[in-house]
Design a protein. Structure first.
Lengths: 338, 216, 244
């Protein structure tokens, strides 16, 4: 589904976005993600396609705000029945679809957060919506429930051929979607599949949003058919990129912390990579989730993320002096609109 | 005595009904719609609280006299039951309205928003979502207005005078007995009146407890 | 369901006026004699039901002027009847008695006062009177105080009641003395709690009690006639009123 919405209050926004399957909407706080959802649901005056001009009661939309908005004095079943015409529809069936068949008679206060969300989902689906809107559906859930929720959404979206727009700030959720849009300054600054946005963020601010923390400046000193060479301090780094910035141009470039690679003594590097090797010192090491986060100091201040098995093998320690290589393929040039 | 008591309960019941019919939509509107001058309107509606009952009663009397602004429109209600009914409604309005507004404010507006997106029309919204949510608060407010009107004296005396069978409510009747030095009757009447009022209010409260849904 | 309907019916019907009703607005000082007078009248006219509201004569006359639904006005002074007559509200009028002002004093005052001067001499004594703005007995009270030369002395210690009956009630609760109508001083509750002195009639304007028909009807006229009847006059005398 293609959506194109324009609003002036409470924020100025002009958004054009394709929603296909699970689509994540990323953006900094206050950028208007929730406002956009409300505008799509018809709760805020706005002009746009589709549903423009219709009151919320007439829009075939499912809207799940962060609080789920279940009616507290109705049971799960009665909540779902609200969306159905009198005596019609199959409320028990819908609850079954989200895995809550046995909880039909419970009140929202008696259900866990994840269960409440599923009731809200069943209720939204009862509406037979053409578009599903979810506001931060996983921020209150633990990792297991989060995965279960995403699995459920994926299967529902596929089975019902239903576009789902998910507002989130969690990169993991975005990575599980088939499409990602980044909202900045009231417009979609970048849209594409998750890999596109995460590996090649269009601007530095988007880069920061997607966890791209190594951002530096360099000057173009060579330009060829495979890429360019950047002068960064005393080093020259080869970059594989389709972009052809002019010689002498100062550019902003970066590399994801996950893609900084440690040079191993027992595995020699191919010649082509030798140029991009840097000698650094481990300034700080921290456990991060199931892996490790490193701060490296040297010609560049680099952030590096290593999975546990790699660290187990390498056994890096603070103050150690090591060599890292920045593979030309992983170095990303930002558009100079920054 | 019976006549005065029945009059008091009749006045209180009819006042409560009017306040329910007028106050609920008004409170809903004030609770959910923001508009320029809302605060001014809310302050105006609370004004009767600050006015001495006799002052309120007096000005109402002037308006309802045959040559008053309302009297000339055909509302010749000075010294009649409709007159004290009007006075009681105005005087108890702030109590009822405040309670009703609080009841509506307790509703999560996000829930109402989402219910709308589910295609639930206005009637069904009121029946299944709003009213079940607010009725305890509405009942409290109405009961408060009822009780307040039962005890009303100043407004009724000024607007209604002391016409037996028409505007001589229990509070005035008892006061009359005291003034006439008939203290024995005054004590008796006061005791019966308080007992009746208490029993009524207690009964309503008990019913409310029994009818409460699990939301509490 | 039956009781619900019955009580609803009662509720709606309560307060609706009876068929042949007569509404009296009476000066407060008449509240001792009027119940008995009304009782006698109703026996003579069984088709009429009488309802009475008491108040200060001035207050009642203002209400009547504003349209209060009274049929007959019994004033403690002709001047309020004049007031209504000037506004075309009076269709018939008759003076039916003359009232007396007394000084009632509480048992607490020991020794009891011998006259107004004696009363004024007692330190800190509080005296209740009807509000002279609205009540003839109140005006009469002030007149007597001036006449006795003690008004200035007592002025700061006067307590003003809405009407003369309330002044009597105050004498029972809080005030030490009150200038009230004779029938009130003879009320059992007051007799038990104190005593009274009659005041010279010359110290105030005569308190002529006058009745006026303010809404014409057969019953209203007949009540006025009744007040002049020997039986009514006898009752009035018994309660302490003089013939007009």
């Amino acid at each position: 589904m293609e959506i194109a919405y324009r609003l002036t209050r409470p924020l100025r926004m002009d958004v054009r976005l394709r929603v296909s399957g699970l689509t994540a909407l990323l953006g900094p706080s206050g950028s208007g993600k929730t406002t956009l959802l409300k505008a799509l649901a018809g709760l805020i005056p706005a002009a746009g396609r589709p549903f423009g001009g219709l009151p919320p009661e007439k829009r075939r939309i499912g809207y799940l705000p962060q609080g789920y908005a279940l009616v507290p004095h109705l049971t799960a079943l009665e909540n779902v029945e609200l969306a159905l015409p009198e005596g019609g529809g199959d409320a028990p069936g819908l609850l079954e679809q989200v895995g809550l068949a046995g909880h039909a008679g419970r009140y929202p206060a008696e259900l866990s957060g994840g269960q409440q969300q599923r009731v809200a989902l069943a209720r939204a689906l009862a509406r037979q919506p053409r578009l599903l809107l979810l506001d931060e559906p996983t921020s209150a859930l633990d990792a297991i429930s989060r995965d279960a929720a995403l699995d459920l959404l994926e299967s529902l979206s596929r089975r019902l051929n239903l576009p789902v727009l998910i507002v989130t700030h969690d990169p993991y959720v975005a990575s599980r979607c088939n499409h990602v849009g980044v909202l900045e300054n009231g417009v979609i600054a970048q849209a594409g599949d998750p890999e596109e946005v995460f590996q090649r963020p269009a601007t530095v601010s988007i880069a920061r949003m997607v966890g791209f923390s190594n951002v530096f400046s360099g000057r173009v000193v060579e330009s060829g058919e495979n890429g360019v060479v950047l002068e960064v301090g005393d080093h020259r780094l080869r970059v594989e990129t389709p972009a052809r910035p002019p010689l002498g141009q100062r550019v902003t470039w970066g590399i994801r912390p996950e893609e900084v690679m440690v040079v191993r003594g027992d595995r020699p590097l191919p010649a082509g990579l030798r140029a991009n090797v840097l000698r650094v010192r481990v300034a700080r090491m921290q456990k991060r989730g199931a892996g490790y986060c490193f701060r490296l100091s040297g010609p560049l201040e680099l952030a590096m993320l290593l999975p546990r098995h790699v660290q187990d093998r390498l056994r890096l320690a603070e103050a150690a002096s090591i060599e890292v290589v920045l593979k030309p393929r992983y170095i990303h040039l930002f558009s100079d609109s920054d | 005595m019976t006549q005065a008591f029945l009059l008091s309960f009749k006045l209180a019941a009819l006042t409560a009904l009017v306040l329910l019919a007028l106050g609920v939509p008004l409170a809903y509107w004030l609770a959910f719609h923001d508009f320029r001058g809302r605060r001014l309107l809310e302050a105006l509606l609370l004004l009767p609280l600050t006015l001495p009952p006799t002052v309120l009663g007096f000005y109402l009397l002037v308006l309802l006299a045959p040559d008053g602004a309302l009297g000339r429109l055909g509302l010749r209600w000075a010294f009649t039951f409709p007159g004290i009914w009007l006075g009681s409604v105005i005087f108890s309005l702030p109590f009822a309205l405040t309670a009703y507004k609080e009841a509506f404010r307790a509703i999560d507006p996000e829930v109402l928003d989402v219910v709308r997106t589910l295609g639930v029309g206005r009637v069904k919204r009121w029946r299944r979502v709003i009213l079940p949510w607010v009725w305890p608060g509405l009942l409290s407010g109405t009961l408060l207005a009822f009780a307040h009107t039962l005890g009303e004296f100043g407004v009724v005396l000024l607007v209604g005078g002391n016409i037996p069978g028409e505007t001589r409510v229990a509070s005035i009747y008892i006061f009359d007995l005291v003034q006439s030095l008939d203290f024995a009757s005054a004590h008796r009447a006061a005791a019966v009146f308080v007992a009746l009022a208490f029993a009524m209010i207690y009964a309503v409260r008990s019913l409310e407890e029994r009818w409460r849904s699990p939301t509490g | 369901m039956g009781t619900l309907r019955a009580s609803l019916f009662l509720l709606l019907v309560a307060g609706s006026a009876s068929a042949a009703g007569l509404r009296l607005a009476a000066a407060a000082n008449l509240n001792q004699v009027l119940p008995e007078l009304v009782s006698v009248y109703e026996k003579l006219h069984p088709d009429v039901t009488v309802a009475v509201s008491y108040g200060a004569s001035g207050t009642l006359s203002q209400q009547i002027e504003r349209g209060a639904p009274y049929d007959v006005f019994l004033s403690a002074s002709p001047e309020y009847v004049d007031y209504l007559a000037r506004r075309g509200r009076v269709s018939a009028r008759r003076v039916f008695a003359r009232g007396r002002l007394v000084l009632y004093y509480s048992k607490r005052l020991n020794p009891p006062p011998r006259d107004l001067a004696d009363l004024a001499a007692k330190k800190g004594v509080r005296v209740a009177v009807a509000n002279p703005e609205h009540a003839p007995y109140g005006r009469a009270a002030l007149s007597c105080l001036r006449s006795a030369g003690v008004y200035e002395e007592l002025a700061g210690r006067l307590v003003f009641a809405a009407n003369v009956s309330q002044a009597a009630q105050m004498a029972l609760h809080g005030a030490d003395a009150a200038l009230i109508a004779l029938p009130l001083a003879r009320n059992p509750a007051l007799e038990r709690a104190g005593g009274y002195l009659e005041l010279p009639q010359s110290c105030h304007q005569p308190l002529y009690q006058e009745a006026a028909v303010v809404r014409q009807s057969a019953a209203a006229g007949s009540f006025l006639d009744f007040l002049a009847s020997p039986e009514a006059q006898r009752l009035l005398r018994a309660y302490g009123y003089d013939s007009p």
